[in-house]
Write a protein that binds this ligand. Structure first.
Ligand code: GSH
Length: 260
């Protein structure tokens, strides 16, 4: 069995797959793609245009969805389980994972990208992270088109400071819902008494909202330079401060510390 993961650095879905592979101690070849060009590359491999895509030489076809990748990894490497054995608990994990993937990630990303995309240079550095020297040279060609790319990125995703207020409210209510779930499940994990795919997914999606140090989304020096004297704009820092008041923030940081 040989595993290859096609991914981009900043994708929270890709981080789910990387985390699960590492958690299970599986070796894999990493094919880190240039953001923006990744969809064309993976389409040739899997027929779909999103990352992550996992190719397992023993599987009948490439696996092109983070949830399916986690379940495939569970089948081929059941140790360090990410899914509970009981049907009810397993179903709960899948439902939480689905909610986070389908509803929570969007405002988490958009809240940050509303601000990041105001600074094309910082935006460029953020999406170049992890790339090889050759790939970065390739990225240099798109520099002249950067203002147009950023404008399109903002329009397609409805990014603006006004819209960011709504994204922040959505993120905050997701944090609140997690707080309630944890209160019902003993405080440590979302389902049962061990780390599952639900916790892993929450750590990725909410980790993106928080842009915690040590995660793929930590704030870069280029961003610090873009906002002299502070890490990010005040308005965004105010959103973060509100989220930090929720116990979910400390819980997410703990998952990164203890399970990543
Ligand atoms: N349901 C998919 C969603 C994956 C997804 O939306 N990936 C984004 C990157 S975060 C992507 O590749 N979008 C296509 C694009 O950017 O053109 C999964 O769980 O893997």
């Amino acid at each position: 069995m040989r595993l290859t993961l096609y991914h981009i650095h900043a994708s929270p879905f890709a981080e789910k797959a990387r985390w699960a592979l590492d958690f299970k101690g599986l070796e894999y070849k990493s094919e880190l793609l240039i953001p923006g060009r990744h969809a064309d590359t993976v389409e040739k491999i899997s027929g779909t245009r999103t990352v992550p895509v996992l190719v397992d030489t023993d599987a009948p076809a490439p696996i092109a969805d983070s949830t399916d990748i986690l379940q495939h990894l569970e089948r081929i490497a059941p140790d360090h389980a990410l899914f509970p054995e009981g049907d009810d608990e397993r179903q709960q994990v899948l439902e939480i994972e689905d909610w986070l993937d389908e509803q929570v990630v969007r405002p988490c990303a958009r809240m940050n990208y509303s601000f990041l995309s105001e600074q094309p240079e910082a935006f460029f550095t953020y999406f170049s992270r992890g790339l090889s020297r050759t790939q970065k040279l390739g990225m240099a060609f798109i520099r002249p088109m950067l203002p147009r790319i950023v404008k399109q990125f903002r329009e397609q995703r409805e990014l603006s400071r006004e819209a960011a207020k709504g994204y922040h409210r959505e993120v905050d209510s997701a944090f609140e819902r997690i707080e309630r779930m944890l209160a019902n499940s003993g405080g440590r994990y979302l389902v049962g008494d061990s780390f599952t795919a639900a916790d892993l997914t929450a750590a990725c999606m909410l980790g993106l909202a928080l842009r915690l140090a040590g995660t793929p989304w930590e704030v870069t020096d280029a961003e610090r330079r873009a906002y002299p004297g502070r890490v990010e704009p005040d308005e965004l820092l105010d959103f973060r401060a509100e989220l930090a008041g929720r116990s979910t923030t400390e819980w997410v940081a703990g998952l990164w510390r203890n399970h990543r």
